[in-house]
Design a protein around this ligand. Structure first.
Ligand SMILES: Nc1ncnc2c1ncn2[C@@H]1O[C@H](COP(=O)(O)O)[C@@H](O)[C@H]1OP(=O)(O)O
Ligand SMILES: [Mg+2]
Ligand SMILES: [Mg+2]
Ligand SMILES: [Mg+2]
Length: 404
C-alpha cells in the first residue's frame, strides 16, 4: 500500500506540507500466541519474581494507575505549553524557554502525583531534569511560571491545595536517584523529543518502573500521535484525532487508549516476516541517529519503503501497535544512552510481542544506573524478523568500519 505522510500529518494536524513523503507499509497483522525466541540472540523472557500471570497482574496495578494519572496530567501541561508556543511568532519558536517550562513542569507534576498516589511506599525517581538553573537568581521568573502552570494542571486533576515554588523545586529534585539493581525506581523523561516538541511534531512523556533492575511497567503519553495507525494515513485522508496513552505491565500485554480516556485496547507488534514488506522508524533528527547507516541496513534487508522519521519514544508506541515493523537507532560516536529514553518504550514494545536489543543482540540492561551501557545502537522489531535484522546490522557495521 502506498501512502503519503507529512510531518504535519504525523503531528496530528490536518494539512499536508511540501515535505510530504510517500511511504509503503506492511499490512498489519497481529500475534495471537506466545512468541518464541530464536537462539541467535541471548535474550531471556524469564520474569523473575512472578510465578504466574495473575501474580504479575496483581503486583503493579496500583503503580500503573498512578503512572497513567501522572502522565495524562503531565501531557495536559505539555499540550497547553506547545499550543501557546505554536501560536507565538517565528522568533519565539527558536526560544528554548517554552520547552524548559514544559520539561520542568511535566517532571514536577509526575513526581508530585506519584508521591501523592503512592504515599505509603518508599519513593525513588530517576529523571532527566534537575532544578539547578531554577534556583539561580535569573531563574526566578521561570520558576514562577512553572509553579503557576503546575498548579493549574493539578487543580484540573482534582488537587485542591496549591504548591509553592519550594514544593515545585522539591518535586523536581526528587528525580535525582541513581537507580540501580536494588529495589524499585521510577524512571522519567518528562518530555522526550524536545526537538519534536519545539517543531510542533511528536514528543512523549515517558515513565517506567524498575524493580530489581528490570522494567516492570511503562507508560507513554504521546499527545500528537494519531489514534489511527500511521499506516492508515494517505494524502487524501483528513487527519483524525491525536493523543495516545500506551501502557504495559510485565506479563499482561500492552494497551492503548486515547489521552482523553477511551476504553483501552490491546495492541500487538506487526507480525510481518518479510523484510521487503516492513517499514522502519528512525529519529527525525539526523544528529540523533546515523541515517546513512540505517539506509545501508534497510538496503541489505531489502526494505522497500523509505524510513518513517518521527521524534521521541512515540516510535516505540507506534511500533507496539504495528504501524511499522522495525525501529533502528544508531547515535553518533560518543553519545551515551540514558535509561529514561528507553525504559517505558522498551516494555511497551516487548509486552506487545516485540524484541529490543543493542546492536550486538543483547537485551538492554536498566540496572546499571542512569546510563545504558550498550554496544553501538538499539534495534527493535518482532521476534521473527530479529535474527535477519541483527545479521544485516552486524554486516553493515563491519562494512562501515572497513570503509573508514
Ligand atoms: N546527540 C544526541 N544523540 C542521540 N540522542 C539525543 C541526542 N541529543 C538528545 N538526544 C535525545 O534523543 C531522544 C529523542 O531522540 P529522537 O527523537 O531522535 O528519537 C531524546 O531523548 C533526546 O533527548 P530529550 O529527551 O532531551 O529530547
Ligand atoms: Mg529523552
Ligand atoms: Mg527529555
Ligand atoms: Mg533533554
Amino acid at each position: 500500500m502506498a501512502i503519503a505522510l507529512s510531518s504535519a500529518a504525523l503531528s496530528g494536524k490536518g494539512t499536508i506540507n511540501p515535505l510530504t513523503r510517500v511511504l509503503h507499509f506492511d499490512r498489519n497483522c497481529y500475534y495471537s500466541s506466545t512468541p518464541k525466541l530464536k537462539p541467535i540472540f541471548s535474550l531471556s523472557l524469564k520474569r523473575p519474581r512472578f510465578s504466574s500471570r495473575a501474580a504479575a497482574t496483581m503486583s503493579y496495578d496500583k503503580e500503573l494507575a498512578a503512572a497513567k494519572k501522572a502522565c495524562s496530567l503531565a501531557a495536559r501541561l505539555c499540550q497547553k505549553v506547545q499550543k501557546a508556543l505554536l501560536q507565538s511568532d517565528v522568533h519565539a519558536k527558536s526560544d528554548k524557554s517554552p520547552v524548559t517550562v514544559a520539561d520542568y513542569g511535566s517532571q514536577a507534576v509526575v513526581s508530585f502525583v506519584l508521591q501523592k498516589e503512592l504515599s505509603s511506599s518508599p519513593f525513588s525517581l530517576v529523571a532527566e531534569e534537575d532544578s539547578g538553573d531554577l534556583r539561580k537568581e535569573d531563574g526566578q521568573e521561570t520558576l514562577q511560571r512553572i509553579t503557576k502552570l503546575v498548579n493549574e494542571t493539578l487543580a484540573n486533576g482534582g488537587t485542591a491545595s496549591p504548591l509553592s515554588d519550594q514544593d515545585v523545586l522539591a518535586a523536581i529534585d526528587s528525580g535525582k536517584s541513581e537507580g540501580g539493581s536494588l529495589g524499585q525506581h521510577w524512571v522519567l523523561d518528562p518530555i522526550d523529543g524536545t526537538k519534536g516538541f519545539l517543531r510542533g511534531d511528536q514528543y512523549a512523556i515517558a515513565l517506567g518502573l524498575l524493580d530489581e533492575g528490570k522494567v516492570v511497567l511503562g507508560v507513554l503519553a504521546c499527545p500528537n500521535l494519531p489514534l489511527q495507525s500511521l499506516a492508515c494515513h494517505d494524502q487524501h485522508t483528513i487527519q483524525g484525532k491525536a493523543g495516545c496513552l500506551f501502557f504495559a505491565q510485565v506479563g499482561t500485554g500492552t494497551y492503548m487508549q486515547s489521552l482523553d480516556g477511551s476504553e483501552p485496547r490491546k495492541v500487538n507488534v506487526s507480525c510481518t516476516e518479510n523484510p521487503e514488506e516492513a517499514s522502519f522508524f528512525e529519529s527525525y533528527e539526523a544528529a540523533h541517529s546515523m541515517h546513512d547507516l540505517t539506509s545501508l541496513i534497510a538496503k541489505k534487508l531489502g526494505v522497500k519503503a523509505p524510513p518513517v522519521r518521527i521524534d521521541s519514544q512515540a516510535k516505540y508506541g507506534a511500533l507496539s501497535r504495528g504501524d511499522g515493523a522495525i525501529y533502528m537507532r544508531f547515535p553518533h560516536r560518543g553519545y551515551r544512552e540514558k535509561i529514561w529514553d528507553h525504559a517505558a518504550g522498551s516494555v511497551v514494545v516487548t509486552e506487545a510481542g516485540g524484541v529490543v536489543t543493542d546492536a550486538a543482540g543483547k537485551p538492554l540492561d536498566f540496572s546499571r544506573g542512569r546510563y545504558l551501557d550498550l554496544d553501538t545502537g538499539i534495534i527493535v522489531t518482532n521476534q521473527k524478523l530479529m535474527p535477519t535484522l541483527l545479521n544485516a546490522v552486524q554486516e553493515s557495521l563491519k562494512e562501515k568500519a572497513s570503509s573508514l
